[in-house]
Design a protein around this ligand. Sequence first.
Ligand SMILES: Cc1cc2nc3c(=O)[nH]c(=O)nc-3n(C[C@H](O)[C@H](O)[C@H](O)COP(=O)(O)OP(=O)(O)OC[C@H]3O[C@@H](n4cnc5c(N)ncnc54)[C@H](O)[C@@H]3O)c2cc1C
Length: 408
Amino acid sequence: MTGEIVIVGAGLCGARAAFALRERGFSGHVTLVGEEVHLPYERPPLSKPSTAGPPVPQLVAARQAYDDAGIELLTGHCVTRIDRAAKRLVLSDAGSLGYDRLLLATGARPRRLPNLTASRLLLTLRTHGDAERIAARLVPGRRLVVIGGGFIGLELSAMARQAGAEVTVVEGQARLLARAVPAEIAALVEARHRQAGTRILLDAGVAAIDETEDEITVSLVDGTHVTGDVAVLGIGAVPNTELAEAAGLWLENGIAVDEYLTSSDPDIFAAGDCCSFPLALYGNKRIRLESWRSAQDQGSLVAANLLGARSPVGHVPWFWSDQFDLTLQIAGLADTATRAVRRELGDNAVILFHLEESGRLVAASAIGPGNTVARDVRLAEMLIAARAYPDPLALASPDIRLKSLLAA
Ligand SMILES: Cc1cc2nc3c(=O)[nH]c(=O)nc-3n(C[C@H](O)[C@H](O)[C@H](O)COP(=O)(O)OP(=O)(O)OC[C@H]3O[C@@H](n4cnc5c(N)ncnc54)[C@H](O)[C@@H]3O)c2cc1C
């Protein structure tokens, strides 16, 4: 196939899609446009401790690889409008690009608190630039206030404690990780953070934020205050849908696509953090994921579909998080589960299997030091993909190998 394929958003998903087009033999023109100045890079390392020194972007591929693959990479360029009738994109520098098929891989950005404008000492963490600004402030004795006890906030807190900063986490809910992690596992995470000396305030709604020249004060709804040298807002992300919305595409918690990642315009596709899609494995429930593996897998899949294949999204959702010496992994979607079966994995590692009323395994969540849970979560993922109804007693028993349940 020949023609012009343009990808908007040079993150992991966009870059993976560009390379996958070439791997599938596409010989037409591929243009990858990204507003960030860096080559496409991985975001997970931004909130994981690295060796000393300022953060360095972990690139998806070196510059040469784009040249070798014949991918035209336009960094530092923002696409401001899609003219669907003319099949052209308008760029911020007033240039324009024509397309035959378009992929929107515009990702997501940090959610802000309503009525709160950006301030000098209140930061967010999404880009390499954000990570540099935060890293410069994480020095021994500095006070960091993290607003939000979700994944990004907790990974950052762990990183800050390891750098010797004093950390307070302010969470509006009654527990940490309330959105995505079962209470039993969230409690283990909380204990590890407290053990490391992090102050955790739960049920702590933010009423106001004020800053002076060198201090920021977070006032809570109960009338108390937390003061820090810097604060980071980690209250989730919102998908970048403005381009799609202005172009009249269907939106629903992101750019709404079908199972082939096609938007409401058959020549425009969307993938990665910016899109919501129906997942057959869960009765076509429409979901949007913010996950490294999903961005990577959807980048490859959408390349095939841009070239005319009809490959549906079928991956089991999977996410990991590293905090201190602990790794947490979640496979599947637990929303429809009515009970959890616990299996001890040794080395203080544990896995919970989430079962529906019918007995079908729909999700697994696990936590343990280092890589201890990886193998079991991988097997659970295979059981979930196989729509298995494993015996709960067998799931609970560490003596029965998960692999044998798969064979059954
Ligand atoms: C700090 C951090 C830690 C993370 N850790 C983990 C983890 O441990 N495990 C895990 O599974 N996931 C993790 N994630 C999530 C994972 O990184 C994301 O799911 C993944 O980056 C999504 O890739 P994407 O390409 O869809 O979007 P993005 O990475 O957001 O890339 C989208 C790109 O599009 C650009 N763009 C947007 N609009 C335009 C436009 N109009 N014109 C041009 N360019 C545009 C943006 O600037 C951005 O560079 C983490 C994310 C962050 C921020």
